[in-house]
Design a protein around this ligand. Structure first.
Ligand SMILES: [Zn+2]
Ligand SMILES: [Zn+2]
Length: 251
């Protein structure tokens, strides 16, 4: 089976009507990688895979809309009916320290009891089964990684939360599918700098990177993603779609 992306949650900053926060299941062959686990996303994950069927989890940064469901996953793995399970957790700096304070665990090991924790940053390369992951540091107020996932000659690139910039353009260059955050709508100048992209800003990054397909995600929970697609399509000829919970893209 080739590289596939299933959206488990795509609402930015907070949940929306029927929309969970960031979570993406990336699969190829029999390998399953969960990318981000924001509020509500692991409820959708379990329609496709149990926690113990994941080969690894990647958390791009410590903002709760990308990581808070890791707490529930900890309990699911630690109190698994056949004994505690362990999986690899790749996480940007500060993710584990931030969540540890929320864990009501009697174990001094905390997250390390079920997760083999590996901190990742821009420039790192990691293999999860046949998936090859490359990271770039993102422009965002806390340590955040954007990620490229390569398999069988196909490339999926996920911006994570990002205000764009040259490192994201380089990582996304020529991607078969660019899953790019587009938190805001309207004029980029109307929003604070170095935090997020608008739909138009995402389209401009996609254009510079010459990607083949753009999927907008992390649209603010209170906004209509279809309007974001309209705004992006006005400034790029690249095919644009909106991420939707439970939808799968085959690369
Ligand atoms: Zn976010
Ligand atoms: Zn964020």
């Amino acid at each position: 089976m080739g590289l596939e992306l299933t959206v488990l949650g795509c609402a930015g900053s907070h949940t929306g009507p029927g929309r969970a926060c960031s979570g993406y299941l990336v699969t190829a062959d029999d390998t399953r990688l969960l990318v981000d686990c924001g509020n509500g996303s692991t409820a959708n994950l379990q329609r496709f895979a149990r926690f113990d069927q994941l080969d690894a989890v990647l958390v791009t940064h410590r903002h709760v809309d990308h990581c808070i469901d890791l707490i529930g996953m900890y309990y699911g793995l630690r109190f698994h009916r056949e004994g505690a399970r362990r999986i690899d957790l790749y996480a940007a700096a500060e993710v584990v320290d931030t969540l540890t304070g929320l864990l009501s665990s009697d174990s001094a090991l905390g997250f390390h009891e079920v997760f083999d924790v590996h901190e990742v940053a821009g420039g790192d390369h990691v293999e999860v089964g046949p998936l090859q992951l490359s990271f770039a540091d993102s422009v965002h107020p806390v340590p955040t990684v954007s990620v490229a996932v390569q398999h069988g000659g196909r490339r999926l690139v996920y911006s994570a939360d990002s205000a764009g910039g040259p490192a994201l353009v380089d990582l996304a260059r020529g991607a078969d599918l660019f899953l790019c955050e587009a938190t805001w709508q309207g004029d980029p100048g109307d929003h604070p700098p170095d935090m997020h992209l608008t739909a138009r800003g995402a389209a401009e990054v996609a254009d510079r990177a010459e990607v083949r397909r753009l999927v907008l995600t992390h649209v603010l929970g209170s906004l209509d993603p279809h309007r974001s697609v309209e705004e992006a399509a006005r400034v790029t000829g690249i095919p644009v779609e909106a991420a939707m919970d439970l939808r799968t893209w085959a690369l």
